[in-house]
Design a protein around this ligand. Structure first.
Ligand SMILES: [Zn+2]
Length: 79
């Protein structure tokens, strides 16, 4: 059973706030999210609700998300 909840999250790049519907399963595992505010998009692959403005490039978003949360998988390149 999935549980959807409204939450406000800031853009991973610039911090602009977006309203999301965040969906977890009954055990609290993150399933996905939907951005309700115009101009934002979901950032997938980090197993948590992440949002970014549509105007940011994939590179910008990826670098910002990796800086905060680390890469979900792949080689370790931290300094
Ligand atoms: Zn932004």
């Amino acid at each position: 059973m999935a549980v959807a909840k409204g939450e406000a999250h800031g853009c991973i790049v610039c911090g602009k706030l977006y309203q999301l519907y965040v969906v977890h399963d009954a055990d609290g595992n993150y399933l996905g999210s939907k951005v309700m505010t115009a101009g934002g998009k979901e950032v997938t692959g980090y197993n948590r609700p992440l949002v970014a403005c549509e105007r940011h490039s994939a590179d910008e978003i990826g670098m910002a998300a990796d800086r905060v949360y680390g890469r979900p998988s792949g080689p370790e390149e931290d300094e």
